[in-house]
Design a protein around this ligand. Structure first.
Ligand SMILES: O=C(O)CCC(=O)C(=O)O
Length: 280
């Protein structure tokens, strides 16, 4: 488990270089279980390659992963990853998207991009989304390890789509997780090996932002009701600062049969005023 000092060191690296690698974040047992589960789901649901060049014509991507198997619930909540994300954003952050990225042999390199470039904010800006790339296979030069441009999260522009850039390859052993500020320029590598490259992308955003995947509508209510409370909150059954995300002044987590979390901000303000008056 990460210590406070580990968390600080990872946060400093992300601030300075745009990324950090958490080695041995996940146990080999968990990694093997996740890979087996992905393979079974691909078979059972007859899932094939993606249909766009960005997603990869030789890549299998499964979106809305939390609906497929309870084992996947461990990923967004992982104790060696989530505390670093919470340190970059805050504890009221949200899961933005969670999908598998399984690159088959012959997959070409993905164009260099950044994940928030469609958001009309001047660059550079504060981190608004954090992506965790989970290596479920060893990530190598040959099998399509993610390529990154270190420090590019500080650039004042996004990359030109389809242009060639000098990159560093994020090679890392299976079980490692690369966490990066989503403004970092990056892209999947080319898989020129004979084997598939298994990975997840698990991205988080601020609680005041729109998530990339609509998890409240995409995950059946009865599935979300079985999640641990923290995962429910991450999926949007929560209210940011007691203001954003409420339903008629109620916390959406009540829809899952839970006690509400924090009070709404306006109620909390009155309660604070009353408390201060009573103390006078
Ligand atoms: O597959 C990878 O290594 C990176 C994928 C990626 O950056 C994306 O799909 O946005």
């Amino acid at each position: 488990m990460l210590t406070e000092d580990d968390i600080k060191a990872h946060l400093a690296r992300i601030r300075d270089d745009g990324y950090t690698v958490i080695e041995q974040a996940a146990s080999i047992d968990l990694v093997e279980g996740l890979k087996r589960t992905l393979e079974r789901i691909e078979r059972e649901h007859d899932l094939g390659y993606a249909k766009t060049s960005f997603e990869g014509f030789k890549t299998v991507r499964i979106n809305n992963l939390l609906t497929y198997d309870d084992l996947f619930w461990e990923v967004p909540l992982h104790e060696n990853v989530l505390p670093v994300v919470e340190g970059m954003l805050d504890r009221e952050c949200l899961l933005s998207s969670f999908c598998s990225l399984v690159l088959g042999p012959g997959q070409e390199a993905q164009p260099i991009h950044e994940d928030t470039q469609l958001i009309p904010l001047p660059r550079p800006h504060i981190p608004i989304t954090v992506n965790a790339i989970w290596a479920l296979s060893d990530f190598t030069e040959k099998n399509g390890a993610t390529r990154i441009v270190p420090g590019s999260h500080k650039y004042d522009s996004s990359p030109d789509y389809g242009r060639h850039y000098e990159t560093v390859t994020a090679t890392m052993p299976a079980g490692s997780v690369m966490l990066f500020d989503s403004a970092l320029w990056h892209g999947g590598g080319a898989n020129v090996s004979e084997a598939r490259r298994f990975a997840f992308s698990c991205a988080y955003c601020w609680g005041w932002m729109r998530q990339q995947e609509n998890l409240q509508l995409g995950i059946p209510r009865e599935t979300a009701a079985r999640f641990p409370r923290r995962l429910q909150e991450l999926c949007g059954y929560s209210v940011y600062k007691g203001q954003f995300g409420h339903i008629d002044n109620r916390d959406p987590i009540e829809l899952l049969g839970r006690e509400r979390g924090k009070r709404m901000v306006w109620e909390a303000t009155d309660a604070k005023k009353a408390r201060m008056a009573a103390e006078r």
